[in-house]
Each structure stands twice: as C-alpha cells, then as structure tokens.
Design a protein around this ligand. Structure first.
Ligand code: KG4
Ligand code: ZN
Length: 356
C-alpha cells in the first residue's frame, strides 16, 4: 500500500488529505476541507489576498486534523504532494511551501500536482472508474475544458471556454439574481421550484476563422449578458423577478450546451467513456442529462463522487498516487508555483530542472 499526504490551497478551500492505493483501489483515510466561503461571500467572490492569509492561518490545524483522523503517522507516508498550478499565486504558495518543508524535515519525495489533473483524478475514488483513453469534461469555477486522457496520462485539450468558465457563469448569474455565493449551489436550489422552459436563452458558440463554428468549444459570457438583459427588461416593466424560472432556464441551457458538445466530441474522437469532474459536476441537472443523452449513443458516463466535485486535497493525492504508480517520477524541491499552465504541459512538473 502506498500512502500520500496531499495539500490543496489553490483557491478558497484549505484542504489536507491522506490517501492510499493498493493495486487499482484508491482509499481516502482523511480529507479535511476548511472552506472560506463565509469569509468571501460578503464580497460576492474570492478575494485573493484574503484567501492567501486565511490559508496561512488554517493550514497548521487542517494538517494536524487530517493526520489525526487518518491514524497514520507522517513517518509512514511515502510521498507528499501539493497543488502548484494553476490557481491564485499567493494561495498556491502556502500549500507548496508547507509540502516542501515537510518533505525536507521528513526526507520524503515531493510531487507538485496540476490542479486540473487533481480534478480528473477524483474519478479514481469511484467504484468503476474507466480505463483510458476517455474524455473528461472538467467544469469548475476557473475552467471548462474537454480533455482526452491517454493510458499514460497523456492529456490533450480538445475544447475549452473562450471566456467565462461554466462555474463562473453560475456565480455571476447568481449574483445578478441576488443569490448567495457561490452561485452554483444557490441557483440549483431555487431552480428546483422553477420552470426551465419559461425563458429561451442563447447557446453561444465560437466562430471558426475558416467559417462555421468551433464544435467543442464554449462561451458563457454572452449567456450571462442575455440573463442580465432579461432581468433589466423585467425590472423596467415593473414586474416581479421570477427568480426560480430564470435560474431553471439558465441551468438547463448550460447543461444542454455542456452535454451536447461533450457527447459530440466523444463520438468524433471514438471515445466510449466520458468522465465529468469539477465543482459544476455536482449539478444534478447536468449529471442526469449527461447520463441520459450519453446512454442514447451507447457512451458510458462516470461522474465524480458528489463530495469530491469541489476543491479538496484527496483528488490531489489521487493524482500523486497515479503518477507514482505509472511513472515513479517525483518533482524537484526547487519546483515553485505558477498561476497558469495548460494541462497538456503537466509533465514539466516532474523535470529535474523545473520551469518555475
Ligand atoms: O472545482 P471548484 O471547487 O473550484 C475551482 O477549481 O474553480 O468549483 C467551484 C465552482 C463554483 O463556480 C461553483 O458555483 C460551482 O463550482 N458549483 C456548482 C455547483 N456546486 C458548485 N455549479 C452548479 N451546480 C452546483 N451544484
Ligand atoms: Zn478546482
């Protein structure tokens, strides 16, 4: 059994987890997530400086609790991992320095993990995760990407959002409707009482410079503007805002766009399995629609466990265990952090001379 202690601090969750794998079975021994949602909600979004300071305050206690709950001593850990990219730089730095300090103190190997590889590794904790190659729809607050994952974790981005990420659109529309932060769960809750066919909202596409549209890419900022115009029109008429109907119509169109383009991408690329991960993957409408539509095309859908959709350190640990199993590569202790790195370049995190 190989054991990893993992740290995630890329945005507004301070998380430490102890995970292990034995053959193909991945186990969570502890996964402590200290959410900062309350600290940021009064600002309507994450305040980077505040988030970094909160990580510094919380990390000693979250680390202690994760070790205590796992009943595994740090001496018995095989490697220590932390998210090093992409994310808020001040936040990433807290996790990365904590991890590398522990590696130095206890003479353990260090693995810097790409946050999106972490999200897609959350699927390893589900009972029947697919064998590669498969298509991953990664939908979070910062990213909307379609990634083809190969047998050795070769990752190829086949589609992406050109503007807002799907989660960002949920957050912005939530704010527009006066709902609490984050917008995703708040919209999902009120949408349950609404009529999703009440308003017709646009499914925005990106034009191809050679004519037509890009088939696997996304745009959500136009949709957000369409909701804004709708709200303005209703307000101008002096009518009461039908928040549940707007929320339900918005949620439906986001789910339809994500499902249609993901399934098209899987079919065109001959991929029989779709994996859905990231914060927005917690959305029930999206989960049900993806399963239903993919079934019609004989494609299997694998959804991240609900509790592991939003940011957590267990998924970072799973990515590290997978890397150790298939490539036995560790990162240099000189590896720093970076606000951005495309997922298909994640291998550079294991080079002897790190890029940052
Ligand atoms: O993966 P995540 O925790 O953080 C990033 O890496 O960005 O995703 C957070 C995002 C937020 O935008 C939040 O509104 C969205 O995921 N989200 C949801 C739901 N739960 C979280 N969106 C739609 N429906 C949900 N149930
Ligand atoms: Zn995330």
């Amino acid at each position: 059994m190989r054991k990893v202690l993992a740290i995630e601090t890329s945005c507004d969750e301070t998380s430490v987890s102890i995970v292990s794998n034995s053959h193909d079975i991945y186990t969570i021994h502890s996964n402590i997530v200290a959410s900062q949602i309350e600290d940021h909600s009064k600002w309507g979004g994450v305040v980077p400086e505040l988030a970094a300071r909160k990580h510094l305050e919380l990390i000693p206690f979250v680390l202690e609790k994760a070790l205590e709950e796992s009943k595994i001593s740090i001496e018995d850990i095989d490697a220590i991992a932390s998210t090093v990219t992409p994310g808020l730089v001040g936040c990433l730095r807290v996790g990365s320095i904590t991890a590398r300090t522990l590696c130095n103190l206890y003479s353990k190997p260090f693995l810097g993990i790409h946050h999106l590889e972490g999200h897609l590794s959350s699927i390893l904790f589900s009972k029947h995760y697919p064998k590669a190659p498969f298509l991953t729809l990664l939908v979070s607050g910062g990213h909307t990407e379609l990634i083809k994952v190969g047998k050795r974790r070769e990752m190829q981005r086949l589609g992406r959002s050109y503007d807002d990420a799907a989660g960002e659109a949920f957050d912005k529309v939530g704010r527009l409707l006066g709902l609490s932060y984050p917008g995703g769960p708040a919209i999902e809750k009120v949408a349950k009482k609404g009529n999703s066919s009440k308003f017709s909202l646009p499914k925005c596409k990106i034009s191809d410079k050679d004519g037509g549209f890009l088939k696997y890419d996304f745009s959500f900022s136009g949709l957000k503007t369409a909701v804004l115009r709708l709200v303005e029109k209703i307000n101008r008429n002096g009518d009461e805002l039908p928040i549940p109907d707007i929320a339900a119509s918005f949620e439906r169109v986001v789910a339809e766009v994500l499902v249609e383009r993901t399934i098209k991408c899987a079919i065109d690329n001959g991929l029989e399995n779709i994996v859905v991960v990231g914060g927005v993957a917690a959305n029930d409408t999206l989960r049900k629609m993806m399963i239903g539509e993919a079934y019609k095309k004989s494609i299997k859908v694998h959804l991240a466990p609900l509790s592991l959709c939003t940011d957590n350190a267990a998924m970072i640990g799973a990515a590290a265990l997978f890397r150790l199993k298939f490539s036995a590569h560790e990162s240099s202790l000189k590896l720093g952090i970076s606000g951005r790195l495309p997922i298909d370049q994640a291998n550079v995190l294991y080079e002897k001379n790190p890029p940052f």
